[in-house]
Design a binder for this molecule. Sequence first.
Ligand SMILES: NC(=O)C1=CN([C@@H]2O[C@H](COP(=O)(O)OP(=O)(O)OC[C@H]3O[C@@H](n4cnc5c(N)ncnc54)[C@H](OP(=O)(O)O)[C@@H]3O)[C@@H](O)[C@H]2O)C=CC1
Ligand SMILES: O=C(CO)[C@H](O)[C@H](O)COP(=O)(O)O
Ligand SMILES: [Zn+2]
Length: 342
Amino acid sequence: MINQVYRLVSPRQFEIAYTDYAINDSACVVVRPTHLSICAADQRYYTGKRGKEALAKKLPMALIHEGVGEVVFDPRGEIATGTKVVMVPNTPVETDDVIAENYLRTSKFRSSGYDGFMQDYIFLRRDRFIALPANLNPPVAAFTELVTVAMHAISRFERKSHTRRQVFGVWGDGNLGYITALLLKKKFKACKVYVFGKTAFKLENFSFADATYHINEIPERLAVDHAFECVGGAGSQDAVGQIIDIINPEGSIALLGVSEYPIEVNTRMVLEKGLTLIGSSRSGYQDFKTTVGFLSENPDVIEYLETLVGSVNAVRSIADLIHTFEKDLTSPWGKTILEWQI
Ligand SMILES: NC(=O)C1=CN([C@@H]2O[C@H](COP(=O)(O)OP(=O)(O)OC[C@H]3O[C@@H](n4cnc5c(N)ncnc54)[C@H](OP(=O)(O)O)[C@@H]3O)[C@@H](O)[C@H]2O)C=CC1
Ligand SMILES: O=C(CO)[C@H](O)[C@H](O)COP(=O)(O)O
Ligand SMILES: [Zn+2]
């Protein structure tokens, strides 16, 4: 079967590639993407911010690692045609007793060196998709992967941090900050969640949080037990610096924001306060399973996540694709969703 793959070949330029696939390979099912969602990582490739070396190594490549679709063919006949599924972008090629699939250096992550979901059809291994509950509307379902990233970071934090958890601080008033703060509030009901950001109108969306603070107007003596950094880019240095100043001794800092260049960290105070820095990247099959189960059981969380749907855009051509990526770059709030009709 010939598949059309929509690859980024250089910044702001997509081209169609044709790949051949053995449709009767019973290890996989065939999924037609229906709703995709743009991640900050995709934009770093689209705009060329990744730098020449990374672009030379990873392009041409289909972007997008957040998405849902419908099963169109299962050679074994086990999965009904039309089943709605969320697609897992990480593809491990080995297992390890200690190291999670998303940290194995051999794993292949879609839209980071391997083709993402911008294709006519996706051929998914049987352990790389999960059937979706009926109560999950497609634009929200499209960014399930981002919810799994927050879920994964919280589960790492739970395993690695001390148990005094009265106050959490979340830095970043964007998508990942919103989801992480929401999950923390829902999972640790007795704890307070404070959100730290730069923009008043964004912070107003965090209606579920116990408090929101502009990063230049933090009350003196305010402290948090643990923190989640969901900023990334150039802002992550300021955010990590502020967290180190504010956090209580022996707290944990979960680092989720991706910065293109190394940032400076005040290691003197990390030592003096005995802090734990927990790096957290991507997610794996188990995180998707946990997340889909959690969303099925918590319809109020789905309602809150609807606040994050910035725009829904029908994509029928490469021109639509470029238009949607450009629109995303100028959207001040929320996720840009692609209705995949190409
Ligand atoms: N670890 C992982 O697996 C994943 C990491 N990420 C990364 O997480 C980061 C955030 O992603 P996303 O939420 O989608 O991006 P957003 O741009 O939506 O969110 C970042 C927010 O942080 C704000 N901000 C900037 N500086 C500070 C500061 N010093 N303190 C507090 N807030 C600040 C930004 O404001 P403004 O825009 O005004 O500067 C923006 O609102 C990115 O680097 C992304 O690549 C995303 C997915 C998975
Ligand atoms: O967004 C992410 C996961 O959802 C990761 O941040 C992304 O995969 C990082 O990849 P790259 O190294 O290609 O920027
Ligand atoms: Zn991502």
